[in-house]
Ligand binder design. Structure first.
Ligand code: AMP
Length: 398
């Protein structure tokens, strides 16, 4: 039994063919630079299967063309998707708005609703819809399931999801905190409960998803009670290229005094801020290299990143009151012992500590990094959104 998981972005398609039970990945790959001019011979599709990498060179004019290349590469690598054995297709969809709060079997009406939600996620939902439509055309007999990044946060308490702006404006325009990375927060928090040997309903926890995008969540008894991303994935922690929290007055100020229009604001906050805005680089490994060369801007970017992260950890400790685990996940969270140590430094009086040996151990598995006698366990748990989507899709079509 295999599920094809598709994450269709504005200029890329990431995909994985995997077994939702064992998690074994049969093939995976990525189409990049869709719709962009590329230099002759440039590789735009990389497909890995059974330890081999197949490549496709040359421009990919649109998503449908990208999917055709991918299907061809599947066939060449011995996995004919149009043949038997494909159980379902699971699509990552970024914004489910108020409408979708669980994995949903896709039909025409669902596609239309996801498209209507594009106003809330103009960079993401249109690309998700294109991915869904292409896959439906190419695999007409296979059930397709949408799994929403916002779903895990659908039940946020009113106090956590409400912005203190004119209530009529908020209601008219669907302005509330939705939260994102929900598939990751749900998957990781479930794994933490397993590792603690307790039912998820009996665990209060903080999950720190620190990747290129970054978000924190507070989870009480298996339900999210707060999260750092809001109406859009821009709010909250400092990210690779996104600012996270800022004084909203900055926007009016720049528009009034510096001739920024709304596109320039969008560009500034989504693409030219965060670590990149402060240091020139958005990749954490590059940031660390710059810091090692004594680059002050890079050091400041790191300090701002850690400062914001600690602020959220503090807030969620207080919100939850009783905390049973704090967990790091995603690219930075799984791989940077420095970030983990700095994020939780000086908190022993709150029962929180990171064990230096455990923290720096070269281990890729889910594990504890707090000392054995710690009051609040601290863990690293690799996220696996593809597996979570595959499982959700398989469960729905069973
Ligand atoms: P993600 O969005 O989860 O794929 O995470 C991407 C981020 O993780 C990038 O900023 C990477 O630089 C960072 N990352 C990946 N590996 C490492 C590592 N070994 N040390 C520090 N950061 C890393």
């Amino acid at each position: 039994m295999r599920v094809l998981v598709i994450n269709s972005g504005s200029s890329s398609i990431k995909y994985q063919l995997l077994d939702p039970v064992s998690g074994a990945v049969a093939a995976s790959g990525m189409v990049s630079r869709i719709g962009e001019p590329v230099e002759p011979g440039a590789t735009t599709v990389e497909h890995e299967s059974d330890g081999r990498t197949l490549e496709h060179d040359g421009p990919i004019p649109d998503h449908a063309a990208g999917f055709r290349v991918v299907f061809d590469l599947f066939a060449r690598s011995g996995h004919d998707l149009t043949g038997e054995g494909l159980y379902a297709v699971g699509h990552r969809v970024v914004h489910g708005g108020e409408v979708f709060y669980r994995p949903t079997l896709i039909d025409d009406a669902v596609v239309a609703s996801i498209d209507e939600l594009s106003a809330l996620a103009p960079l993401h939902n249109p690309a998700n819809v294109i991915g869904i439509e292409s896959a439906r055309q190419l695999l007409p007999g296979v059930p397709q399931v949408a799994v929403f990044d916002t779903a895990f946060f659908h039940g946020l308490p009113d106090a956590a999801k409400t912005y203190a702006i004119d209530a009529k404006v908020a209601v008219t325009h669907g302005i509330r905190r939705y939260g994102f990375h929900g598939t990751s927060h749900e998957y990781v928090s479930g794994r933490v409960a397993e590792l603690l040997g307790r039912d998820a309903s009996a665990v209060n926890q903080i999950v720190l998803h620190l990747g290129n995008g970054a978000s924190a969540s507070a989870i009480r008894g298996g339900r999210a009670v707060d999260t750092s991303m809001g109406l859009t994935p821009l709010e909250g922690l400092v990210m690779g290229t996104r600012s996270g929290d800022i004084d909203p007055g900055i926007i009016a100020h720049l528009m009034r005094t510096a001739d920024f229009d709304i596109d320039a604001i969008d560009q500034l906050l989504n693409r030219n801020s965060g670590l990149k805005g402060l240091s020139g680089v958005n990749d954490f490994r590059e940031l660390q290299r710059l810091i090692d060369t004594g680059d002050h801007a890079a050091s400041l970017a790191y300090e701002v990143y850690i400062h914001r992260l600690r602020r959220y950890i503090g807030a969620y400790l207080v919100e939850l009151g009783e905390v049973d685990a704090i967990t790091f996940t995603a690219g930075v969270g799984e791989n940077s012992p420095q970030v983990r140590a700095d994020a939780l430094a000086g908190l022993t009086r709150f029962g929180i500590a990171v064990d230096p040996d455990r923290n720096t151990a070269k281990d890729r598995a889910a594990r504890y990094i707090s000392p054995p006698d710690a009051q609040i366990p601290v863990l690293v748990v690799p996220t696996n959104e593809e597996l979570a989507i595959a499982r959700a899709a398989a469960t729905l079509v069973t």
